[in-house]
Design a protein around this ligand. Structure first.
Ligand SMILES: Cc1cc2nc3c(=O)[nH]c(=O)nc-3n(C[C@H](O)[C@H](O)[C@H](O)COP(=O)(O)OP(=O)(O)OC[C@H]3O[C@@H](n4cnc5c(N)ncnc54)[C@H](O)[C@@H]3O)c2cc1C
Length: 481
């Protein structure tokens, strides 16, 4: 930084302290992150007490004329992709976790207005025993609904961006705008995110065009009944199991996001060593669920592809997988389990210990939903294991007839960080060569956006938007744009 930039940054920080109070500003970096990504030069972490304070902080940073920028996060549990770290240096971190208001809610109409610090556990708790539910993820119950959606996270019903219907955004010059659908005081309008004209909500997803201080979130109708059919199979049957699963999805038998787990990932759900696991959710009325699960179980058994087929894990208290499958079923019904039992079983520790005690990385490519692609992806994970010694869990989230979000998770001893990062680099290279491109980036691989982020003309257009809205780089330079 030049002397004048240091002066501008210092003045901005003093202004920020004046806005939020000195007790809400912590000077210095963000501490450990579970990915062991390089810790950025973070000047301070600021925790506004209200959305208006967050807006004023952005205005104060804008006044620093590019000497410093602001990186916002909601609850900062972006584990494996950087946790709270920004993409670049010389940044003030804007920690929005104290903005925990559910400002308004209409259960019958299916929406809630939430702030960034509202967790999935908090919102789900409010909806318990109602006819609506939240599309929850399998991350901790204490992660943000909004933060996850803003990075295109994936819930158990669909990708979370589908739940974003309206956003309250602070633009780089400090102006506050409401895009998409918002409730009106005097009349009830149907929930519809696009409004007339260009659809603006998605402009602020994986985006550094604004800081989001609130959102209208869709609440989904809760199915009357739901069951998860559990199937196990050996690695030689991966292609055949994929074909069968795809048929159940395309023919409308499965609901939400069916999941398949490679043997490393399946261990977290109690499967025997060497076994793949498949969870196929079916939902609707009681009669529909009974019929659909029976059809799937009968076809699965007849196929000879599976070593185990069960439709009764959750209803039979004596079943070996009763506890875990019950929790899985509840999460498909919008209950993220505030005690984090499955999360802790998978991670081997409490959520608040991850950043200091565990090594953990994510790589998140999209695959075509074909047997060929799924088998190829598993081969690539084996190759990375052979090359680096790092064993990756692979969980396939089926996002429709043609798309799989493959969650590649690497849990490692923190002393093995170098090998784990070598594995991560290999994953980017090998998967991208095959056309299996990542749809979320970790903080050390943001540069990959020019290699895998669409056509050059689209990138140039996005940068023109950024330059015209944020010429001095007030908001999160390098983050996706
Ligand atoms: C065991 C385990 C299971 C997991 N399961 C899932 C899963 O099922 N699905 C899934 O998607 N992820 C999953 N994750 C990954 C991660 O934990 C979640 O995505 C989590 O919700 C992200 O943390 P957060 O909600 O605190 O978001 P944050 O970390 O707050 O936000 C994520 C990013 O979005 C941007 N952002 C956030 N808030 C704002 C804002 N207000 N304005 C502008 N930009 C903003 C920032 O760049 C931030 O870095 C899992 C992780 C683990 C360890």
């Amino acid at each position: 930084m030049t002397t004048s930039q240091t002066t501008d940054a210092g003045a901005a920080l003093a202004a920020v302290e004046g806005i939020v109070g000195a007790d809400r500003v912590t000077r210095g970096g963000l501490g450990d992150n579970t990915g062991l990504f390089r810790q950025r030069d973070v000047l301070a972490s600021v925790k506004p007490g209200s959305a208006e304070q967050a807006r004023e902080v952005v205005s104060a940073i804008a006044a620093a004329r590019g000497a410093v920028s602001v990186h916002a996060f909601s609850t900062g549990r972006n584990w494996g992709l950087g946790s709270r770290e920004p993409a670049t240096d010389t940044v003030v971190a804007l920690d929005l976790s104290d903005l925990t208001a559910i400002r308004d809610i209409d259960v019958a109409a299916g929406w809630a207005v939430v702030e960034p610090g509202v967790t999935q556990g908090q919102l789900a708790g409010l909806l318990a025993d109602t006819e609506r539910m939240v599309n929850v993820t399998v991350s901790t119950a204490h992660s943000s609904v909004l933060g996850n959606a803003l990075d295109r996270g994936v819930g158990l019903r669909h990708q979370r961006v589908e739940d974003l219907v309206g956003l309250e955004v602070v633009l780089p010059d400090g102006e506050l705008v409401h895009v998409g659908w918002w409730p009106e005081q005097d009349r009830k309008t149907p929930v519809y995110p696009h409004t007339l004209g260009p659809s603006l909500v998605q402009l602020f997803v994986q985006s550094n065009l604004g800081v989001v201080t609130g959102a209208t979130i869709r609440l989904l109708p809760r199915p009357e009944a739901l069951r998860v059919v559990r199937l196990n199979f050996t690695p030689d049957n991966l292609g055949a199991a994929t074909d069968l699963l795809r048929r159940w999805v395309t023919q409308g038998l499965a609901a939400g996001v069916p999941k398949f787990y490679n043997p490393t990932a399946a261990r977290g759900y109690g499967s025997a060593p060497g076994q793949f696991l498949l969870h196929v959710p079916v939902d609707g009325t009681e009669a529909a669920v009974a019929a659909l699960s029976a059809i799937i179980a009968e076809e699965a058994t007849r196929s000879g592809v599976f070593t185990e087929v069960s439709t009764t894990d959750a209803t039979d208290p004596t079943a070996e997988h009763h506890a875990v499958t019950s929790l899985v079923e509840r999460s498909y019904l919008g209950d993220p389990d505030v005690t984090d039992r499955v999360f802790e079983q998978k991670m081997g520790m409490r959520a608040d210990q991850l950043d200091s005690d565990l090594g953990f990385l994510f790589f998140l490519p999209l695959l075509p939903f074909t047997a060929e692609a799924v088998v190829k992806a598993e081969e690539l994970l084996a190759r990375v294991h052979a090359d680096t010694g790092i064993l990756a869990g692979g969980t396939g989230n089926v996002l429709g007839a043609d798309l799989v979000d493959l969650v590649v998770a690497m849990k490692f001893d923190r002393a093995d960080a170098r090998a784990a990062h070598r594995a991560l680099d290999r994953l980017y290279e090998l998967f991208s060569e095959q056309g299996f491109l990542p749809y979320r980036l970790d903080v050390d691989h943001h540069g990959w956006i020019d290699r895998v982020g669409g056509r050059p003309s689209a990138r140039a257009f996005a940068r023109r938007l950024k330059d015209s809205l944020d010429p001095t780089g007030v908001i999160a330079p390098g983050r996706y744009l």
